[in-house]
Design a protein around this ligand. Structure first.
Ligand code: HBI
Length: 108
């Protein structure tokens, strides 16, 4: 089933649990979820992208992203719906979970 496009209020409510993501309006007015990631080096950045790419294939839902050395910039939107849907929130949560899993545990 085609996911429903969320309005700004719904997106902002969902972003309370994703504080490092921002709602962004593109030049054509289409809304996306945006986050910049910084990793220790290229290897870590590319490892992250590989994990996200595999999930994107499973979901048949793909990020708009770019990579420069240790930086990955991601914009998530559902092209078929012309904006942000629950699929974008799901992929954003997955991105954050990948980062959390790769960070060293906090000292007790
Ligand atoms: N990825 N972000 C995003 N948005 C889509 O609408 C989308 C996608 N990946 C595959 C996909 N749609 C397919 O359903 C086809 O429309 C290509």
């Amino acid at each position: 089933m085609r996911p429903t496009r969320l309005d700004a209020t719904q997106i902002d409510a969902a972003l309370c649990d994703l504080p490092l993501w921002q709602r962004e309006a593109g030049p054509e007015g289409a809304v996306s979820l945006h986050r910049d990631f910084v990793f220790p080096d290229f290897n870590a950045a590319f490892g992250f992208m590989s994990r996200v790419a595999m999930m994107a294939e499973r979901l048949d839902h793909h990020p708009d992203w770019s990579n420069t050395y240790n930086r990955v910039t991601i914009n998530l939107s559902t092209h078929d719906a012309g904006g942000v849907t629950e699929l974008d929130l799901r992929l954003a949560r997955f991105c954050d979970a990948v980062v959390a899993a790769s960070e060293p545990a906090a000292k007790p």
